[in-house]
Design a protein around this ligand. Sequence first.
Ligand code: AMP
Ligand code: ZN
Length: 114
Amino acid sequence: MNDCLFCKIAAGEIPSNKVYEDADVLAFRDINPQAPVHILVIPKAHAADSAAQITAGNSAVVARCFEAIAKVAEAEGLKDGFRVITNSGAAAGQTVPHLHFHILAGCDMSDRLV
Ligand code: AMP
Ligand code: ZN
């Protein structure tokens, strides 16, 4: 997508604090962290705007992202646990319409939403 922030980050046109990359997936630190560890995991290709657009035809990118999430959690030493969130749509708080998963860790989230 021409004017998509995360497509530009995936293409290296906008810099990011990269923590993991493979052929299909990029993970980088969130610019406005909501937890001591806050990492975004994105498919490099603009496969979907959000979870609302996942179909049998593009769901493989979700599996690739979760494979990357497990690797990032291992590399970051998130032994005590972590949370994965995906916002879909404005009411959920989504601000960047390129499918992505937030990894949050490093604080106790056991008494909060979900
Ligand atoms: P969401 O609100 O679920 O769409 O998540 C978008 C996330 O992207 C937010 O947590 C932002 O802080 C983050 N973000 C926006 N611009 C950048 C950037 N240039 N580098 C890293 N993270 C960003
Ligand atoms: Zn995009």
